[in-house]
Ligand binder design. Structure first.
Ligand SMILES: Cc1cc2nc3c(=O)[nH]c(=O)nc-3n(C[C@H](O)[C@H](O)[C@H](O)COP(=O)(O)OP(=O)(O)OC[C@H]3O[C@@H](n4cnc5c(N)ncnc54)[C@H](O)[C@@H]3O)c2cc1C
Length: 370
């Protein structure tokens, strides 16, 4: 039996991948339904895989996941649009950074990348102001709820079962698996599983700790990095066609305030990146000036009053403020004395894009255990 903790896009993708092949599959989710946390509080961008160091899990699963997602969407009618994306330089000193990004993207195996002149950029997006840009043709957007619904249905069709309002509160190692204690309403009950897969998102470090891992020593302690969004609530929300991103500031914790266009073509702006101690999805209205200042150079048509606070998500990060690159942790923890226990920790962006590739990677680990 395989038990998956968490019904976000990662837990559901893993369930859809392993169900029907390795015995019974159960998904335990603490909320009343699937996808109520980070998987429904993000930019819904299908990333190309430009930003991440060559050979990293983020780079490899993003590039593979990008292609897998478009295939899934096409085959199963999941809403998505290959909008294309522009990463724009507004200052001379950013042009070198763009060139470095382009090279990194190519090394990562991203197809459909090109450097655009100012003239070509104007032709493609007449309302965007920049001196140079990378065009990424394989970037796009996806209806993440529809993706998760599809993954859940697929897992169920293959025999997987899901239990909502079922919070994992204890994990005990047995000689042939794990006894998992689940809290459901006012009751708690134990059950046994051979394989336990931790896809608990913002709580994945706690689940690792419940299994007996020293998370400080293992480098698994999560830091919460909040990202807020502001909507563009008038006709200006349709003044760009593509996703428009600034040149990222590596220490900022995100990819910079960018446009997000939903499947209906409406634009919003976000996310910022602020480390927080608590999970709280309120949007700080005083950030409006920061959002306006961040985009006014490349979206000169935006005025301060066009913006309205919208929503927020929280990144489960393994790095603190100003720290360098941190990769996904996707590990069978046999060497920590936990055979059959698989951790997925720090699955921040591009986790949505990477989800089908992460699921295949996890299946590779499962197939070696069973
Ligand atoms: C602001 C922001 C923008 C982003 N933009 C993008 C983007 O544009 N493109 C992209 O590819 N990625 C993006 N991401 C990343 C992407 O959203 C995440 O990588 C992905 O959603 C992670 O999914 P998950 O299933 O790991 O986590 P979650 O969706 O958080 O799911 C984890 C689940 O585990 C459950 N759980 C936790 N603890 C327990 C427990 N003890 N017992 C039972 N269940 C438990 C939770 O209730 C939750 O449902 C963004 C993230 C953020 C925050």
């Amino acid at each position: 039996m395989i038990t998956i903790v968490g019904a976000g896009v990662i837990g559901l993708a893993v369930a859809a991948q392993v169900a029907g092949k390795y015995g019974e599959v159960y998904i335990l989710e603490k909320n009343e339904t699937f996808g109520k946390e980070t998987s429904s509080r993000n930019s819904e961008t299908i990333h190309a895989g430009i930003y991440y160091p060559e050979g990293s899990l983020k780079a490899e699963t993003c590039v593979a996941g990008n292609a897998l997602l478009y295939d899934l969407c096409q085959q199963h009618g999941i809403g998505c649009r290959k909008t294309g994306k522009l990463i724009v330089a507004t200052k001379d000193e950013e042009v070198g950074k763009l060139e470095a990004l382009l090279e990194r993207g190519k090394r990562n195996g991203v197809k459909g990348l090109a450097m655009l002149s100012k003239k070509r950029l104007r032709e493609l997006e007449p309302n965007v102001e920049a001196i140079a840009a990378i065009l990424s043709l394989s970037s796009g957007i996806i209806d993440s709820y529809a993706l998760m619904k599809y993954l859940l249905n697929r897992a169920k069709e293959q025999g997987a079962e899901i239990a909502y309002k079922s919070k994992v509160i204890g994990i005990e190692r047995l000689s042939d698996g794990y006894e998992v204690t689940v809290e459901s309403g006012s009751k708690s009950f134990p059950f046994k599983t051979e394989i336990l897969i931790n896809c608990a998102g913002l709580n994945s470090d706690e689940i690792a700790q419940l299994a007996g891992i020293d998370i400080a020593e293992a480098g698994y302690k999560l830091r919460y990095c909040k990202g807020e969004y502001f909507s563009v609530s008038n006709h200006k929300s349709r003044m760009v066609d593509r996703l428009i991103y600034p040149v990222p500031e590596p220490s900022s914790g995100g990819t910079g305030i960018h446009t997000v266009v939903d499947v209906e073509g409406r634009m919003r702006l976000g996310p910022n990146a602020q480390y927080v101690d608590e999970i709280d999805y309120k949007v700080d209205e005083s950030q409006q000036g920061f959002f306006f200042d961040s985009v006014k150079q490349f979206l000169p048509f935006i005025e301060y009053d066009d913006l309205a606070p919208e929503m927020a998500g929280i990144r489960p990060k393994l790095q603190g403020p100003g720290e360098g690159f941190g990769d996904f942790v996707i590990r069978h923890e046999q060497d920590k004395g936990l055979p059959g226990f698989i951790n997925l920790i720090g699955i921040e962006s591009p986790g949505l894009t990477s989800s089908p590739a992460i699921a295949k990677y996890v299946e590779g680990l499962v197939s070696k255990i069973l």
